[in-house]
Design a protein around this ligand. Structure first.
Ligand code: HEM
Length: 501
């Protein structure tokens, strides 16, 4: 149809979306272009990684085409990586199509058009790369839910223990007059918590398969080499362009490192693997590699980005926000008379809203991709677009989560945005988990399997922080949009009236 013509059509709509479907949207040709073969993607690559940076890359095109839906080359870029021509979705209304697996397929869509070699994962396709129609998807996700359930009682204990160890070390360094890089502290903190909770073993405990003190760097390198084409490594720009963004790196570079991670899990994750095998009939090898990926990529990578982001936003909130959080934590913890229990955490609305607002503004997993299963029409707030079967669709949460049609003052961090009745109504518009936040992750959808855990331990993180400290400060300039994030504690004021009873 010609651009701008008005049609009566059945457009994409989701029952979960808070948007109503107009029956007469204006059908517009999708703006944007992929450019000439080789040169088009090369220009986009330089813009994305170098001249504009990833957020400005999308913003500049959104402004140029005056549309939140447009054609673009996604990273990683050819010729070293497969052609990645697709349609960007940057508003909340069009974004919903990515969750509708009756209309899109999700096989090998974890990082868009590029899927790393299965050599990195023992020869298996991981849960996150499976379409939910796959029986294996249901089995593996059910296995995760079971492991989270059977380890529920350990969660708060292990989290609080790893938190205390981390902040003991932070305080020691501050007392020596140092600024403490919280991103590197978080890497060990999160790995210790995840592995002790699910594998029931301290990664650094001596033993023939110990990860000693290099667990975080083993995971970081295995992930960095696997996803080099889209990685921001902190290496000098020119080195990064040539070493990582040119072509996929081979598995043999990290074979030894992954071998150590694998040996650790095979040796110590015996209870988890027994559950996978006896309850779900999974092959032990496949279960081991999936467990490594879930804990090492899905969980670890997300959480090590999230905790520094929480610190960043709460530090920026200054003494006013910190004072309100502190008051809520201490009054809830003492009213339940048992400290930071799950019940106490559930009665901290400002803590929860703060966590959700961090997830809105700084979602750690920014991109979601899918391929159209059939020809379909999707709608943005102001137009409808025809998508052809097989086209790649890519959403960027940085923009969908700042959609001005949905959120008042979308660029501003508003800690109590998700409180009260008004806040509750916004939950369907919170999309960090690859789904609508008021809906649960299930074995047959693609929503983050750790969604509830993430929200719970993030609340616990803030509650622990304001139980232990009255307030804290970080060094300026701080950033969570650089790699590595620059979050350095400069001072922390210990609690003047401890609430633990
Ligand atoms: C999938 C975000 C933590 C387990 C996803 C996806 C997102 C996401 C966006 C969808 C990926 C896609 O297909 O495009 C996050 C964030 C986290 C986090 C931001 C932390 C801040 C966790 C944790 C676990 C977990 C702690 C488990 C303990 C999974 C699994 C999937 C997944 C298994 C694949 C689900 C499926 O394919 O059905 N996560 N996640 N995640 N996440 Fe998380």
């Amino acid at each position: 149809a010609a651009p701008g013509c008005v049609i009566k059509c059945s457009v994409f709509s989701s029952e979960s979306s808070s948007f109503s479907t107009s029956q007469s949207a204006s059908l517009r040709e999708i703006p944007g272009s992929y450019g000439l073969p080789v040169f088009g993607p090369l220009k986009d690559r330089l813009d994305f990684f170098w001249f504009q940076g990833e957020n400005q890359f999308y913003k500049a095109r959104m402004d140029k085409y005056e549309s939140t839906v447009f054609r673009v080359n996604f990273p990683p870029f050819p010729p070293g990586f497969p052609y990645s021509r697709g349609v960007a979705l940057l508003d909340q209304k069009s974004y919903g199509v990515l969750y509708d697996t009756s209309k899109v397929q999700k096989e090998d869509m974890f990082t868009g058009s590029f899927a790393p070699s299965k050599d990195f994962t023992g020869g298996y396709r991981m849960l996150a790369a499976l379409d939910p129609s796959h029986e294996k998807h249901t089995i593996l996700k059910s296995m995760l839910f079971e492991l989270l359930k059977v380890n529920r009682t350990r969660t708060i204990f292990e989290f609080s223990k790893a938190f205390a160890e981390t902040f003991d070390a932070v305080e020691r360094q501050i007392s020596q007059g140092k600024q403490v890089d919280f991103y590197s502290s978080t890497q060990k903190f999160v790995l210790d918590f995840l592995i002790r909770t699910i594998v029931h073993r301290d990664p650094a405990k001596p033993g023939h398969a110990s990860l000693a003190n290099d667990g975080p760097s083993l995971f970081q390198t295995w992930i960095g080499v696997q996803y080099g084409g889209i990685a921001q490594s902190g290496l000098p720009h020119i080195v990064e362009e040539f070493a990582l963004h040119n072509f996929p790196l081979p598995f043999f570079l990290v074979k030894g490192m992954y071998g150590r991670i694998y040996k650790f899990f095979r040796t110590y994750a015996t209870e988890a693997i027994a559950v996978a095998s006896s309850k779900f009939g999974l092959d032990r090898e496949e279960a081991t590699h999936n467990l490594i990926f879930i804990l090492g990529v899905n969980a670890w990578l997300g959480l090590i980005r999230l905790f520094p982001a929480i610190i960043y936003h709460v530090a920026n909130g200054g003494s006013e926000l910190q004072g309100r959080l502190r008051a809520e934590v201490r009054s809830s913890a003492s009213s339940t008379r048992a400290g930071l229990t799950a019940e106490a955490i559930a009665s901290m609305p400002l803590i929860r809203s703060t966590v959700l607002e961090v997830l809105r503004l700084s979602a750690p997993a920014k991109y979601q991709y899918a391929r159209a299963k059939t020809d379909l029409i999707i709608e943005s707030h102001d137009a409808a677009y025809m998508i052809k079967k097989g086209e790649l669709l890519g959403g960027c949460l940085h923009f969908a989560s700042r959609d001005p049609a949905v959120f008042d003052d979308p660029e501003t961090f508003v800690a109590d945005r998700f409180m009260g009745e008004k806040g509750k109504k916004l939950l369907p518009n919170l999309l960090w988990s690859n789904g609508y936040n008021h809906q649960p992750a299930t074995a047959v959808n693609k929503q983050c399997g750790g969604k509830d855990l993430v929200e719970h331990i993030s609340c616990l993180f803030l509650a622990e922080l304001f139980t232990r400290y009255d307030s804290f400060q970080i060094a300026e300039p701080a950033s969570i949009y650089s790699y590595p994030p620059r979050i350095k504690f400069t001072s922390m004021q210990k609690a003047s009236s401890p609430s633990r009873i």
